[in-house]
Design a protein around this ligand. Structure first.
Ligand SMILES: [Zn+2]
Length: 436
């Protein structure tokens, strides 16, 4: 019995919003480059005139904006750090007057000075437009029921999804995070077809659904749009198996305007296509800040070309990735392709000279069917705790040693012994050893 007749009253339309998104997604390379050049020249002059932060930075470096003529001059400009944005609290890096700001979002830890990202009307529209590109590629329409589990508040998650849902007249459930039993009840009772969440939250949902005796694969859910934290391909296949649904990786950084602004996953799963008409992408050495050779793994540096309240020049994101290709993708997109984000530079572990990220361990655990884990690192040892069969410990240890190059202590735990999270999961714990 299909009770979803109410959804049928909203016709699926190729709305004007989607027509625009489609045109921009499949923009020819030559045109992307022309837009980039034009916007780059403009934004450099704009921030110099309008932003106290950049006027100071450029003057200190002796940069004459008049001499910045093309994208080739980009490396002359200084990098921007999160610390500088913290120090710019509340609105020192802002380029517009307070009356032009329509909202703020916030990024940064729970302690210390937050990073405030102001938006003008134009910036909110840009956010929505970029989210519409993602929605278009994921095939989300007015017939969908979209349950938004990221928070509605100063953290950016919920609103980005909301703006796009609203623009296409989707049935929106702006439920926000937490109360997992309620989330599952809503998924069942309203026939949620698209779930937006952090990458680890589906694991929590799966567990609670089992307790409730609800078979997730029997729900109408078809798509999960996941982001806010790195997740491996192996974890993806576990999630897709549990939910019998397709997952999509959505990158996003508050400083660049929030979830979904910078790019979206390639439909062919070749990586992330980054919207180069709106952002310039560079990959630098996380330590020295020097630009790396094409294809090398490093930190993503963004320049926002189409934001008004607080565009950033060469912003160090802390996200680790590499350029996969600048060629036209199989999917027809001619924007740059990056590898899915592997981790954040803060999450990088160097143990006895071996560099790794939590996702390197996750990949192996997920292949062994393990979903809940944590990694504890100190100077003298790495410990990997997982919930699952004791017998797997040896083969996990062997695989980690073979593929990551470290020999951790691998410790099986009982179900429920590792903390659960309703938002981003904390997997890595760096501990200081007490000196004797
Ligand atoms: Zn593609």
């Amino acid at each position: 019995m299909r009770k979803a007749y109410i959804f049928d009253t909203k016709p699926f339309l190729m709305t004007d919003a989607y027509k625009k998104a489609k045109r921009e997604i499949y923009c020819p390379r030559k045109e992307i480059e022309e837009i980039q050049e034009k916007r780059f020249r403009r934004i450099v002059r704009y921030v110099f005139q309008k932003s106290r932060l950049y006027r100071k930075k450029f003057r200190e470096k002796g940069i004459e904006v008049g001499r910045i003529k093309s994208l080739d001059d980009l490396p002359m400009l200084p990098l921007t750090t999160k610390q500088e944005l913290r120090e710019s609290y509340p609105l020192k890096a802002c380029c517009v007057s307070k009356s032009e700001i329509v909202r703020i979002q916030m990024s940064g830890g729970t302690t210390g000075q937050p990073v405030i990202v102001p938006y003008t009307r134009h910036d909110v529209e840009q956010w929505k437009d970029m989210m519409l590109r993602a929605f278009y590629l994921a095939g989300i329409s007015s017939m969908d029921v979209v349950q938004i589990t990221p928070a509605f508040g100063l953290w950016n998650g919920g609103f980005g999804f909301h703006f796009a849902c609203d623009a296409i007249n989707a049935f929106t459930i702006p439920i926000g995070p937490g109360n997992t039993r309620n989330q599952i009840r809503f998924m069942r009772d309203f026939g949620t077809t698209v779930l937006a969440s952090t990458a680890s939250y589906p694991l929590r949902i799966a567990e609670v659904a089992e307790e409730m005796g609800i078979e997730l694969s029997e729900l109408p859910l078809k798509k999960l749009i996941l982001g806010a934290e790195p997740w491996s391909d192996e974890m993806r296949s576990q999630i897709e198996k549990i939910f019998l649904a397709r997952t999509y990786d959505i990158p996003g950084l508050t400083e660049m305007g929030g979830v979904g602004t910078v790019g979206f996953e390639c439909p062919e799963r070749e990586g992330l296509h980054m919207w180069e008409d709106n952002y310039i992408i560079e990959i630098v050495d996380p330590e020295s800040g020097e630009e790396l050779d094409e294809g090398e793994e490093g930190e993503i540096v963004y320049t926002s070309l189409n934001r008004e309240a607080m565009p950033l020049i060469r912003y160090r994101s802390g996200e680790i990735s590499r350029i996969v290709s600048r060629e036209r993708c199989e999917c027809g997109i001619e924007h740059i392709t990056l590898e899915r984000i592997k981790g954040r530079s803060d999450d990088m572990v160097i143990f006895k000279g071996v560099k790794f990220y939590p996702t390197d361990i996750e990949r192996i655990l997920a292949e062994h069917g393990i979903l809940h884990y944590k990694i504890v690192v100190s100077d003298s040892k790495v410990e990997v705790f997982y919930e699952g069969d004791e017998e797997k410990a040896n083969s996990i240890a062997r695989d980690i040693s073979e593929f990551v190059g470290i020999s951790p202590r691998v410790v099986p735990l009982r179900k429920g012994e590792i903390e659960r999270y309703d938002g981003k999961a904390r997997r890595l714990f760096k501990v200081e050893e007490v000196m004797k």
